[in-house]
Structure formats: C-alpha cells, structure tokens
Design a protein around this ligand. Sequence first.
Ligand code: PRX
Length: 655
Amino acid sequence: MTTPAQSKPIFQPNRAFAKEARIKNMCEYNDLQQWAHEDYEGFWGHFAREKLTWSKPFTKVLDESKAPFYRWFDGGELNVSVQCIDRHLDSRKNKAAIIFEGDRGDKQIITYLELYYNVNRFANLLKNEFNVQKGDRVVIYMPMIPEAAYAMLACARIGAIHSIVFGGFSAEALKDRIEDAQAKLVITADGAYRKSKPYMLKNVVDEALSVGAASVQKVLVVQRNFEDVTWVGGRDYSYNELVVSQSPVCEPTPMQSEEPLFLLYTSGSTGKPKGVQHNSAGYILWAQMTMEWVFDVKENDTYWCTADVGWITGHTYIVYGPLAMGATTIMFEGVPTYPDAGRPWKMVEEYKINQFYTAPTAIRVLHKTGENEPAKYDLSSLKVLGTVGEPIDPPAWKWYYEAVGGSKCAIVDTYWQTETGGHVVSPLPGATPIKPACATLPLPGIIGEILDPMTGEKVGAGESGYMCITRPWPSMIRGIWGDPERFVKSYFGDVKQNGKGVYFTGDGANYDEDGYITITGRVDDVINVSGHRMGTAEVEAACKKHPNVAEVAVVGRPHDIKGESIFAYIVLKGEDTMGEEVEMVKEINKVIQKEIGNIALCDDIVFVPGLPKTRSGKIMRRILRSIAKGEAITQDISTLEDPSIVATIEKKVKG
Ligand code: PRX
C-alpha cells in the first residue's frame, strides 16, 4: 500500500498570534507529547485536576483491566452542567454565553447567568412535571435554537441521558432511534425556519409515535408560534407554559465520572445506526482542552461553529466545549448561503467573530456561489479558521486561507469522529506549520498512528494504512448502547498489536515525508455526504422497502460540492421495466426520504440486470465503486459468477 509522499507547501503560524497562543511552538507541542508518552496517566491526571471542577476528586486516572471497556477518573464525581455554567458565574455572569442568530435574522444574547436560570428551570421541569430521573433517556428533536442547548444541559444537570436526533431525519429514523434508546420523553419544537420558509418538526414526532416508539410517555414542545400544530391531550405539553412556574434553582445531580452523558446515533458499515455512548468526565475534559488548544479561544473572543447540534460537532463545539471553557458561542439557525453567500461573512463582521469553524462542503458552496463575497466585509477579527467532517480539497483550502483568512489565519483541519468525542488529529494554530488539506499531527495526549492492518506495525512515509489510536483517551466512545459485542467488534476487531485490538477509526490515511497525517477517507462501507456519515447498508435497506426492488448495492461517487454523493445500482423485480425508470427513481427516493430523510437521497440510481457477484454470492462493491467513479476496472473479474455483467453495467452507467 504505497502512495507517493506528497510535497505540499508549508505555511508557518502567524508570529503575533503564536506569541499569545496557549501552545506557542513545536517545542511546546513536542514536550506535551513526550510527557504523554512517558507518563500517560500523569499527563491526563494533571489536566483532569486542572481543568475540571470536581465535587469529589477521582482516585484512579485510568483503569484498563476490562479493556476495551476503559474507565477514566474513577472515584470522581462532577456534573457537566456545573462545568459549563455554575463555575463561570463568579467571573462571567454577565458575559454572553450563547449568541443566537435565527434564519430570518432575529437575534438573542444569553448571558451565563441567564443560561443558569434557563437550564435550571428546564431541569426542574423535566424532574417535577415529567418525572425524568438519572439514567432515563430523553430524545431531543429540535432545530438550532437556544432551547436545544438548554435541553441538553438540563438533562446533564439531572443525570438524564440525552440522545439528539438531527432535525432532518424522517419519522421512521426518529422512531428507530427512540426505540433503540427506549426514551421516555421527546423534546421538540413546533417548527423552524429554513431560508425564511417554515418547516414543521412536531408533526414528525407525531408520526414517529404513531408507528411505534411505545416507550415515550410524554412530548414536550417548545412553541415558536407556528400554526397548524395538533396536540395529543395527556401526551403533549407546552414548554413555554410550564417552564415559567419552575424554580430557577436546581441542585446538580452528582455524576460519577463514568456515568453516561449522552448517546448519539451514527452510521456504521453494517446494520442499523449505532448509539455511540459518551460519559461525563472524560468527554467534557477533552471538549474543553481541545477548545483551548485547537481554537485558542481567548476570554473576549467570539467563536462560531456552523454545525447543527444534531451532530457530534454541534455537541462538542457549539455547546459543551465552548461553555466548559467559558467562551461565547454562536448558534445559527440558518443556512450559510441565505439570503446570499455573504451571510457568514456579514455575521463575522457584525459579531467580530474570532474563530470560525465549518465543513468543507460549506466552503465549496460559498466559494462557488460567492467567490468575491468575503472581500465585501471586514473579516479582520478572524484569527483561526477550522474545517471538519471530510477531507478538504486544495482549491477550497486556498480560497478559505486567502479570501476568508486574509492569508494570516491558521486553518485547523480537525480530524475526528462521533466516537472520538473531540479532535484527535489537528494542527495547533500557534505551533504547527500547516500544509493545505492536511490534518497534520495527533494532538498532545492522543497516540494516533497509521498502522498496517495486516501486521499492526506503523507504516512509513509515503505509505497508506489504517488510522488508529493505540491507547485509550478520555473522550473516547464508551460503548454502543445495548450492544457491547458490536462495540468490541466494530472498533477493536480490525487491527491488532501484540494480539490486542487497537481502536480503528474506519479511515485510511498516509504519512508524508514530515510525518504529517493526511486522511484519505473511509475504507469501510460508509460514505461521507456533505460531511455526514451514511452507511451504505442503511440506504440499501431503505431501497429494499420499495416493492419492485429485487437487489441493490450502494456506493459513493465523488461530488464537486458534497464530497461524495450516493450512487445506487438497482435490480428490479420483473422483466420489462424499461420506460418506467424515471418514475421508479422518484419512487425509490421517496422511500428513502420516508425511511431515513433527505440527507440519504440518491443522486444517481441506475437500473441494471444484475450485480457483479463472486461465485459465493458476495457483491463486488469495489468494481461498482470504480464504475461509479468512471475509473478503469483493474480488479480480476474472471472469478465472478457472470463476468459479462461488468461490461453491461459500465455501458448502462455511461449511458
Ligand atoms: O471519515 C472521517 C471524516 O468524518 C468521519 C466521522 O464522521 P462523524 O462521526 O459524522 O463526525 C464528523 C465530525 C467530526 C471520519 O471517520 N472526517 C472527519 N473529519 C475529517 C474527516 N476526514 C478528513 N479530514 C477531516 N478533517
């Protein structure tokens, strides 16, 4: 597995910025990394004591006795909402905690003191009116409004486990996630706005509950004055009506370090989505440390991450990380290109934003539709630009660096996953010389290595391998909800060192001549559409729900804006379906929309007479991937059950 070592230009950190940065140069980075290598527990114990406010100190840093079910900071107790709110009240009570900007330009500033009252009232509401107790699961199906953050923190305050489902998921997908988590309460809003147009959420919850999700007893609805909302008596309650009478003081529930904070469902290469579980202390520690190290947010800075709270980026880098460090975080309901592709830059100017964090997909769209927009605004407040979710391509990187960052901001290409809880490979803005489209080096404390999957050995410069993390770290996934075996198999089953499974991310990567890491993308059957993870198995299962679909194979295809798009090869039942194909494409996408949501729609659906299978019946996806990409077939097809099918499919795809 050899690829040529890439020589990329190097950009040194901005000197003035580096002087003030928390990690100022590579010597400091190396010292921290060396400390972690030589005294792993000492390193993490030090930061856990320094950064977190414990109601009871921990007695053990790391317990590996039941690996890979690792335990961090045993004996300790804290509450995550205290880390994010209470401990800032002395010095920051009048500081903006959250600045909300709605889709239609409406604004709201919530100070730390207001956040404290809002979260406490919400927590009391959950406890007193809905009998939510420690360990209960609460599903949050909300738009990007401050109440979504209050709901998360209110759950954390009383020890309930939240499970946010992204507002773009369908009723069916919502139902599946509620059922898997066995949630007793759903928190939602009547509706939201997108490009000034209303879209409804509560009715999706109604639909989900009408087809299943029997564990749900009550639904709490944040009302934004949308009309046409139906209410089910005895089940649905108005947050707005009930919250006002709640006390603004709620004692935080002490949580042991390893008690769960939240679940977040994500796609795997097989089967249904996995409920990734994160626990209290380790998660919040790394959320805070990475905010400080990677974004280097200072006391008077304003920080904006454009993600949605429905994804891990929104959890860690809109809510938990920024609030844990006492920063001001922007929450934006809208889309970056509305009313025009200058919207983000207008907001940067208006709020004097210092750190801006977004996905390559958004950068590509903004570049394509508003190349000259950044020049119309004063972006001089910007210090750090971040990217996340997928590999960024050099042209998008260059535009981001020059047009948005004025060639003076560091770009932190942050590589991480739902499962890692926080960044694991990323430049440090004051220290790491950066290269375009390169995640560079593991963060201090993260023992990230690219390994040969066969031998478990670290690969050399210019060689590709599997991106692994060879030691446990505090914010790592603690389990897949209700399925410990799947947890072990999914993450510790592929790469072994000395007979012991190490954490494998699912991504391929390579080192360059400087030991820098470039992530090349998933090596499993997961595709990355606009930075969103989509399991091909899930899309295939949805397609199969259409009564005319006999067989289906789904692969990713490179896409200018989305990074990858979904490409489905479908064998229909019955002989003569020619002439009905256009209609069938629409119908199948409708089924996908119903089963998963718009994020899983196929850009391409090609009807084929058969799929390339081995004699034992295994579908040769690699061949299908090559055809979708328009690449020449290099695989040996002689072993296929019917080698001629390859040419037939190629012809069909080329049209
Ligand atoms: O393939 C990697 C890609 O996104 C996957 C994780 O997706 P998810 O759990 O949804 O979390 C997304 C936000 C953290 C990874 O396995 N990925 C994430 N960041 C990068 C990336 N690929 C390349 N470069 C990145 N910076």
